[in-house]
Design a protein around this ligand. Structure first.
Ligand code: SF4
Length: 532
């Protein structure tokens, strides 16, 4: 008997450590720990996030020859009943078992990258290997590096960090770059958008998949050294990836002579101090070099002159985690999922006013409605859906009129939002959209590195205007001023942070102008949030 316990950050925060301890205690008490009979032997196994964070602590009970049973909102106090009635007595504790609405969360998902999150023990190399781990890199090193790049190109994989640039094409630039010695491969795990926890969950739940993806990319590009750049606010992810690196090195999967081949790949972890701008690749490179994390003008692009002035390739966590499947199952399999120009699946972090907040992986092309209502379960308290901020603080707000928009790179941009890294923050009828815009702009303004004036001064000026609007001191012409400054910041900022910072303000003005006008003219907003 195996009992899987969600020990991702959300699980731990909800009491998973205590649940694990209670399971161990009960197994010991009933003589089920290390029992000789396979039917009686019970083991509690930690796993990463399986998605429905809102219902943590989640546990799955696997009895031999039976369908697994999931229990939600489990506490240490519930464990003796589950052990005695279900594991020993054979009767499922129906009142705590997951019902149809739990399984509905998974119905429209296609969990390929997240497949083993929730199944594999993230701190066990053996467990990952047992589930087919490291078979993809074994296969890749029997191919020529150029063949690996062609396979990734043919798959249609685009960078999952937000830009959506074709991954295989990006690799060709770095592979073709001339250098006397090193080329570097960097994994961007600096996810910092409010409402985003995709990359953290992948690393916490299955760190070896990211390492394996990096091994594949490093081999294809010709890199012999890599860095995982992870923000220090992700202590569990850091702890697990450090252990995974050590275990993979000890097993001969990383370091000198990967799987006894002549491919060498050394991997290190670099902790970032939590600056949002360090998600921008040149700022990230500066930070690894020990400099202040500020973007650098491009060209030269990192593929030509990146880390320590050497050719470097940066991809994000989710991009790397897609690679083992592409190599093992083939580009044809991968390109068969999704839309014509956006292939594969995308992981989203659902948060805000949504019933099933958590981590989901859906095929590209699914509509905004399906994502929010079918997968996310819709809006709680029978309230109406008002808007969704897609793509984090750099993205844009979409309205009920956009519910049928397919989620792919191009359709979202056409609708005024963007894929971003995958943050989805849902608003209901009580939310004031001026407050929402102010919230996101406050974040980007604080995170501006200050290097260029349009972003440094422009975002502050926009925020000052928003402050006076929301405090009843708005003036005629403020909306137009916000639009003008916003457009100027977008066109004249150095990096993506400034180029996208005005988006939440501009899209909320576009779709909810009446709320801005109500704040300015009537000195009050119709939204309940403001009335209260
Ligand atoms: Fe820094 Fe903003 Fe300029 Fe980017 S746009 S370099 S964050 S000041």
């Amino acid at each position: 008997v195996e009992v899987h316990v969600c020990m991702g950050t959300a699980g731990v925060a909800s009491g998973a450590i205590e649940v694990m301890a209670a399971l161990d205690e009960q197994f010991e008490k009933h003589g089920l720990k290390n029992a000789e009979s396979k039917e009686r032997n019970c083991e509690a196994k930690q796993t990463g996030c399986r998605g429905l964070c809102a219902r943590d602590v989640l546990i799955d009970v696997y009895m031999p020859g039976e369908k697994s049973i999931t229990y939600e909102h489990v506490t240490a106090e519930m464990v003796p009943t589950i052990v005695e009635e279900h594991i020993i007595g054979g009767q499922v504790v129906e009142k705590w078992a997951a019902k149809a609405d739990y399984f509905q969360f998974y119905d429209k998902q296609k969990r390929y990258v997240l497949h083993d999150c929730g199944r594999v023990d993230p701190e066990s190399l053996e467990d990952y290997v047992k589930l087919g781990g490291y078979e993809a890199i074994k296969k890749a090193i029997t191919m020529k590096p150029e063949e690996v790049i062609e396979e990734v190109k043919a798959s249609g994989l685009r960078g999952r960090g937000g830009g959506g640039f074709p991954t295989g094409l990006k690799w060709t630039f770095c592979r073709g770059a001339k250098t006397e010695d090193h080329k570097y491969l960097i994994c961007n795990a600096d996810e910092g958008d409010p409402g985003a926890f995709m990359d953290r969950s992948i690393i916490e739940g299955n760190p070896h998949a990211v390492i394996e993806g990096m091994l594949i990319a490093g081999y294809a590009i010709g890199c012999d050294e890599g860095y995982i750049y992870c923000r220090a606010e992700y202590p569990l992810a850091i702890e697990r990836v450090i252990k995974a690196i050590k275990d993979a090195e000890a097993a001969g999967y990383l370091g000198k002579g990967v799987f006894s081949s002549d491919y060498n790949f050394k991997l290190k972890l670099k902790e970032g101090a939590g600056a949002f701008v360090c998600g921008e690749e040149t700022a990230l490179i500066a930070s690894i070099e020990g400099e202040r994390g500020m973007p650098r003008p491009r060209p030269p692009f990192p593929a030509v002159r990146g880390l320590w002035q050497k050719p470097s390739n940066v991809n994000n966590v989710e991009t790397f985690a897609n690679l083992p499947n592409i190599i093992l199952k083939g580009s044809g399999w991968y390109s068969g999922i999704g839309t014509e120009k956006s292939k594969g699946t995308k992981i989203f972090a659902l948060s805000g006013k949504i019933k099933s907040s958590g981590l989901v992986e859906v095929p590209m092309g699914i509509t905004v409605r399906e994502l929010i209502f079918d997968v996310g379960g819709g809006i709680p308290k029978k309230r109406k859906f008002k808007a969704v901020q897609l793509g984090g603080p750099s993205g844009g707000c979409l309205t009920p009129d956009h519910l049928e928009t397919p989620i792919d790179y191009d359709s979202l941009i056409a609708a005024g939002a963007m894929m971003g890294s995958g943050g989805v923050v849902v608003m209901d009828e009580t939310n004031c959209m001026v407050n929402v815009a102010q919230f996101f702009l406050t974040f980007t303004q604080r995170e501006s590195c200050g290097k260029c004036i349009p972003c440094r001064i422009g975002t502050k000026t926009m925020l000052d205007i928003l402050d006076r609007i929301t405090t009843g001191k708005g003036r005629e012409g403020d909306i137009e001023l916000l639009q003008q400054i916003g457009e100027d910041i977008k066109t004249s900022s150095l990096c993506g942070l400034g180029q996208t910072a005005p988006n939440p303000v501009l899209t909320t003005i576009k779709y909810f102008r009446h709320e801005y006008e109500a704040h300015i003219k009537d000195k009050k907003c119709p939204a309940r949030e403001c009335a209260e």
